[in-house]
Write a protein that binds this ligand. Structure first.
Ligand code: ADP
Ligand code: MG
Length: 862
């Protein structure tokens, strides 16, 4: 039961144990003294003390000894118990990862572990380490904390303090670091070990917590940076709790509103302080349906000075785990700045409406039933009727279209409903204006939200396009028919030539009084009539050669009116009127006459019960032409020939076809359907335009526009010459070759009455004979082209051998082109188409004879 010395016995400081162990020693001492006194008493008073007492005393001692042996064996007590406990405590303290020291209340160090020694270092004189207060005494940064801890130690309280030193404790290793060091100093009173009233002990510990502090410090820095980012964001931000107290406000917003952030305390500013009136209500509490979503709220915030500031709030309230509403997160966008978001929005809106309304497309949003929800401005223009205004909203789009287009639209809409991607555009005609055609492109709209729009219809006005297409198709058709007609006419011409030729051959062997003669003549005449028709066909197919002259239309019409009057009969009156000084045109005289005759004859046919036909001529200036809406006619100066009647008129489906060859509404034998086709061909070939206009029951008018011809100087001189020579008489010698007797007789008579000396021949061969007889003394040869035995061109060649400069007129029932075909040099030959009038013959003869130096002018338009 000896008291062991401190195992760390290297320091002789009187670390004497005065605790429980000291009391034990005292008791042992008392016991030992008792035994010494007892031994002395036995040695000095052995005679006096009876033996029984001595034996009894020894017996008691023996009993105690035996009992003690048994008790020890049974473990009732242990020897050197306090020695064991001490070792365990020391081991525990030594194993602590930080410096620990046990000292008494006055600060005397009783025990220090190795870690403490490492922190505090040993004393220079090899004594025990300084206690904790002394360790830090030289560091003013720790003085306060040490003072508080010392007091706690004295009062027997546990306490700890974290102290920050700019440099680590001097003794803490050789490495001197400049970075700050953190220590956690803790004082813990130890429970009293025994009841002996010894002084209470305390344990001090010193822990280097710099490392923990480092991470803490980094986190702190990061947090500070994050706050800085948020504070100086270009937008305001605040958060309010469910009671409307502002918990956080970033610096930007504080700056905008004029609050000093340094004195800001969470909850000091209320939502109602910065959001006026009902606005605060919008921000407190979630949406009624409980859904959490970001709301966009535009309102004015109140600044600290009471002024307003327009902002847009992006507001969202978080929901806590229990389902209660938590704090809000509200982003504040300044709307008063020039280049802010709303400015962009506004310009975007303007830009959008410009795109939306300034497009050639009519745009309409349709709901699922195809009803119009909203439209753009061009929609009114395309779909509006005359007045322009027409409420279309709520109306099904299909009602604006003609009935047969409605199904197509409905189909397209159901394709959209089925989410098909390729929707065929719908071509339709408007119900309000059947002249108008449109093409509608449909596209689906993403369904959802509160929008009732299911589809967007983009409509393009295709009226112009459709008309052009129709026109194109029509002109192609006309061209195809023309080609066909031309081809047929040529073949027919050959057939007719043969018929006529063989008729002539037959006639050669007949005398006029023989019975077959009349029949053959009949055949020939009919063949000639057929040839006339062929000529018309050729005119339509524009394969005839026009003889273009500078013409004055009014005298032409006047000259024709005698014939026209005879054609129309007594119950129809003809009125001819010319306004002003009508410009000249360049056209083929006979062809133009034919045009007018055709139109007047048609007018007559349309007025079986009589009426009036008017033929007017006048100038059309370019500015007037600009006002016309006739298709295909460019604005220019024109001479207008207008033929009006008061007849039956015609329906539009008839009018669509009148220019087609063989189109007629007349009974078989009455109409050929070639009249207007010929007219059309001639006018087109002359560079003019013809437009009919008709009203059923009222009458019809045809307008022919011929381009004004600006007369050249040479043309002016020529015209003067021809106008001067108004008389068609002459005394020249003419050889007339014509196989058809009636024609020859008529022609000869006409020329002779005009003063000419005429020599007649019935064929080419006969003509050569006559030519010999009169010794070639002729000024002009007039010859038919198609004659038996020797035709016109052959005759011409023969005579030209002797008289190369002889003037020649070839008379032909065929298109000029074909008549010219057998000629090597056709330049010096004039043509006279059959049938011709007396006047035409005389004029032709005169002009050819007058034409001294120049060859007859010919121009071909093809
Ligand atoms: P045709 O006179 O032989 O019938 P056209 O080519 O001259 O052939 O005319 C074609 C058709 O145009 C006529 O059958 C008639 O139906 C119509 N037509 C032409 N001119 C008139 C008019 N002035 N009034 C009414 N219908 C007309
Ligand atoms: Mg006709």
């Amino acid at each position: 039961m000896a008291v062991s010395p401190l195992d760390d016995g290297s320091y002789p400081e009187p670390a004497v144990d005065k605790g429980g162990a000291g009391q034990g020693l005292w008791r042992v001492g008392v016991l030992a003294a008792f035994f010494v006194l007892a031994a002395l008493a036995f040695s000095f008073m052995g005679d006096v003390i009876p033996v029984e007492v001595t034996l009894g005393f020894l017996g008691i001692l023996t009993l105690i000894g035996v009992f003690s042996l048994f008790a020890l064996a049974a473990g009732l007590f242990r020897i050197a118990r306090s020695e064991d406990g001490r070792g365990l405590a020391d081991a525990a303290i030594d194993s602590l990862p930080y410096g620990a020291v046990i000292s008494d209340k006055d600060g005397r160090v009783i025990y220090a572990n190795a870690a403490y020694a490492a922190v505090a270092g040993g004393r220079d004189d090899g004594g025990p380490p300084a206690n904790v207060p002394r360790l830090f005494v030289s560091n003013p940064e720790a003085s306060e904390a040490i003072y508080r801890l010392t007091r706690a130690a004295k009062e027997g309280r546990a306490a700890y303090e974290d102290v920050r030193l700019t440099a680590p404790l001097a003794a803490a290793g050789a490495v001197r670091q400049v970075r700050p060091c953190w220590y956690r100093i803790r004082v813990t009173p130890l429970p009293r070990v025994d009841a002996g009233g010894a002084k209470a002990l305390v344990m001090w510990s010193v822990e280097d917590i710099s490392r923990d502090r480092d991470t803490q410090e980094n986190m702190f820095l990061e947090l500070q940076r994050a706050i800085d980012y948020l504070d100086h964001a270009p937008a305001g931000f605040f958060s309010a709790d469910s009671n409307g107290r502002i918990q956080y406000l970033n610096a930007t917003l504080a700056d905008w509103l004029g609050y000093d952030l340094a004195s800001f305390e969470a909850g000091a500013i209320r939502l109602t302080d910065i959001v006026p009136g009902d606005g605060a209500g919008l921000l407190v509490g979630g949406r009624p349906d409980g859904e959490i979503q970001t709301e966009i709220i535009d309102l004015d915030l109140v600044k600290n000075d009471g002024t307003a500031m327009p902002v847009r709030l992006l507001h969202r309230v978080a929901r806590l785990a229990e389902g209660d509403l938590g704090e809000s997160r509200t982003l504040v966008l300044d709307r008063q700045r020039g280049a802010d978001v709303s400015e962009d929005l506004r310009t975007a809106e303007v830009r959008f409406s410009r795109f939306f309304n300034n497009t050639p497309f009519a745009i309409a949003a349709l709901d699922a039933d195809g009803r119009i929800v909203r439209t753009n401005a061009p929609f009114m223009r395309i779909f509006g009727n005359e007045g322009g205004e027409r409420a279309t909203s709520g109306l099904p789009l299909s009602e604006l279209l003609v009935p047969d287009a409605r199904q197509k639209l409905t189909d397209a809409l159901s394709a959209i409903a089925a989410q098909k991607s390729q929707i065929e555009p719908v071509d339709a005609v408007l119900s309000a204006d059947t002249e108008r055609s449109v093409r509608i492109y449909l596209s689906g709209v993403e369904q959802g939200g509160d929008s009732d729009e299911a589809a967007i219809a983009y409509t393009l006005d295709t009226t112009e396009q459709r008309l052009l297409q129709q026109q194109f198709a029509q002109s192609q058709k006309m061209q195809a028919i023309g080609q066909l007609a031309g081809g047929v006419a040529h073949d027919l011409n050959n057939v007719l030539t043969a018929i006529i030729g063989f008729s002539d051959l037959l006639l050669l062997h007949q005398r006029p009084n023989d019975p077959p003669f009349k029949h053959i003549m009949e055949i020939k005449q009919n063949a000639n009539r057929a040839a006339g028709l062929v000529r018309q066909l050729l005119a339509f197919s524009r394969r005839q050669t026009l003889r273009l002259d500078v013409l004055d239309v009014p005298p032409l019409v006047d000259d024709l009116s005698v014939l026209l009057n005879r054609l129309i009969g007594d119950n129809i009156s003809l009125k001819v009127e010319h306004s002003g000084d009508v410009w000249p045109v360049k056209a083929d005289l006979t062809q133009l006459e034919q045009v007018i005759i055709n139109l007047v004859v048609n007018a007559r046919d349309a007025m079986p019960d009589g009426g009036t036909v008017k033929v007017n001529t006048r100038n059309v200036t370019e500015s007037e032409a600009e006002g016309f809406t006739y298709r295909g006619m460019p604005p220019a100066e024109y001479v207008l020939i207008q033929v009006d009647d008061t007849g039956t008129g015609m329906a539009s489906d008839v009018m669509d076809k009148i220019f087609e060859p063989f189109f007629t509404t007349k009974d078989i034998g009455k109409g050929t359907g070639l009249g207007l086709a010929t007219v059309y061909g001639i006018i087109k070939q002359t560079g003019g335009f013809i437009y009919p206009e008709s009203e059923v029951g009222k009458g019809t008018s045809f307008r022919i526009f011929l381009p004004r011809h600006i007369v050249t100087h040479r043309e002016a001189v020529e015209r003067q010459v021809t106008q001067k020579v108004r008389d068609l008489t002459g005394d020249e010698r003419i050889l007339l070759v014509e196989d058809e007797e009636s024609v020859r007789a008529f022609s000869a008579k006409a020329l002779e009455s005009a003063g000419y000396k005429v020599f007649q021949a019935a064929s080419g061969l006969e003509a050569l004979e006559v030519f010999e007889e009169i010794e070639g003394k002729i000024d002009l040869l007039i010859s038919d082209v198609v004659m038996p035995e020797m035709d016109g061109p052959t005759l011409l060649r023969e005579i030209r051998k002797q008289m190369p400069d002889l003037k020649v007129i070839l008379v032909s029932g065929y298109a000029d082109q074909d008549a010219r075909e057998g000629l090597e040099d056709d330049q010096s030959v004039a043509f006279l188409p059959k049938p011709f009038s007396l006047k035409q013959l005389a004029a032709k003869v005169k002009s050819v004879l007058l034409d001294e130096s120049e060859e007859p002018e010919r121009e071909s338009a093809d």
